[in-house]
Design a protein around this ligand. Structure first.
Ligand code: NAD
Ligand code: MG
Length: 332
């Protein structure tokens, strides 16, 4: 399997830049100003990643990151850990692709053992993630299954805790988004699937996880800018994202006294399978992210550090917060 295109800083370029900076600081900086040294690490966010127009493409739900053009960047070659989550034990839903995959790679590089859940159809993406986790010398646990089932959600949490030897990070990230131009186009079955995946699973998983979460643990929801400014064709989906944002805030109050922090991430347009498997119209997809101030969609890798920050004990006073990453538009 070919590796994803390298849009951002490669390990080699980071190392080269670091070596250059270290070398420069070890000797008198003849001919090199501070500004030049700093400039070597500067990246222009407007040109760092692909911009629209994108190729026409669609996949059946849930879609595979490996089949997208261009392939998303989940930090495979660029994320550098610094020991922020050593010994931590995380369960990430939707950990095969998109933001969940970026979080899984980053968590492993920060020293955590990671269990991921995904749908059985996503096995090719999931295999790549498990291999990347194991490459870091961390435990990677693959737990496929459908989150719309309460019994499965309970078993998922128990299996993850058993395989990891405990649980102290839960990332409720899996999501279903199918765009529909009119309310009358949303069947009860489709509505139910969106509610089950995006709201019930979050409720069931969090409930099941509570008995494992000791003080210092963290729960993170992936909500959306749609929670605050819903699109006309994402009515059911946007409702669930508002629910995730609200759940984050009520649970932060309930679990604060127990020493468990609860936070959310609200992405804007991010280049993931969700968007090419029914989440967006073809017109929207081809211009995806072009209307943000940065002029392009975000890549999952660009949100990885937010998931790390919210799990890291150094952010111990952050709870009930929702961190946005929308390229300059959107809320919060
Ligand atoms: P993605 O397709 O990579 O991830 C979604 C994941 O949800 C899938 O990989 C799949 O494993 C999982 N999933 C869906 N239905 C499931 C089910 N019934 N059982 C088990 N797993 C199921 O796309 P993504 O964009 O990274 O999505 C992750 C989260 O980000 C979602 O909650 C989504 O709502 C949210 N989000 C995405 C965007 C965006 O523009 N991509 C913007 C805001 C919020
Ligand atoms: Mg996926």
């Amino acid at each position: 399997m070919s590796s994803p295109p390298d849009f951002s800083l490669t390990r080699r370029s980071v190392l080269a830049a670091t070596t250059a900076t270290l070398a420069a600081s070890a000797m008198p900086a003849f001919g090199q100003t501070t500004t030049e040294k700093e400039a070597s690490m500067l990246e222009d966010p407007t040109t760092k990643y692909p911009k629209p127009p994108f190729e026409r493409q669609s996949q059946p739900f849930p879609g595979l990151a490996g089949k997208m053009v261009p392939k998303p960047d989940h930090g495979e070659t660029s994320y550098k850990g610094s020991g922020r989550l050593i010994g931590r034990k995380a369960l990430i839903t939707g950990g095969d692709s998109g933001m969940g995959r970026a979080a899984a790679i980053a968590y492993a590089r920060e020293g955590a053992d990671v269990a991921i859940n995904y749908l059985p159809d996503e096995e090719p993406d999931a295999r790549e993630v498990i291999a990347l986790i194991e490459k870091e010398g961390r435990k990677g646990v693959a737990l496929p299954g459908d989150l719309r089932d309460e019994a499965f959600c309970q078993k998922l949490v128990e299996d993850a805790a058993a395989a990891l030897g405990g649980l102290d990070i839960l990332v409720n990230n899996a999501g279903r988004q199918q765009q529909a131009q009119a309310l009358t186009d949303i069947t009860s079955e489709a509505f139910d699937a969106t509610m089950k995946t995006n709201i019930y699973a979050m409720f069931w998983l969090t409930k099941a996880a509570l008995k494992h979460l000791k003080p210092g643990s963290a729960i993170i929801q992936t909500t959306s800018e749609q929670a605050y400014d819903p699109s006309e064709n994402l009515v059911d989906y946007a409702m669930t994202k508002a629910a995730g944002m609200n759940f984050t805030k009520s649970m932060a109050k309930q679990l604060g006294p127990k020493g468990i922090r609860v936070n959310g991430v609200a992405p804007g347009p991010i280049w993931t399978p969700l968007q090419v498997s029914g989440g967006a119209t073809m017109e929207k997809l081809m211009q995806f992210g072009g209307d943000t101030p940065l002029g392009r969609p975000g890549q999952p890798a660009e949100l990885a550090s937010i998931y790390v920050q919210l799990a890291d004990s150094s952010a111990s006073y952050a709870t009930g917060q929702v961190y946005g990453a929308a390229g300059g538009g959107g809320q919060p």
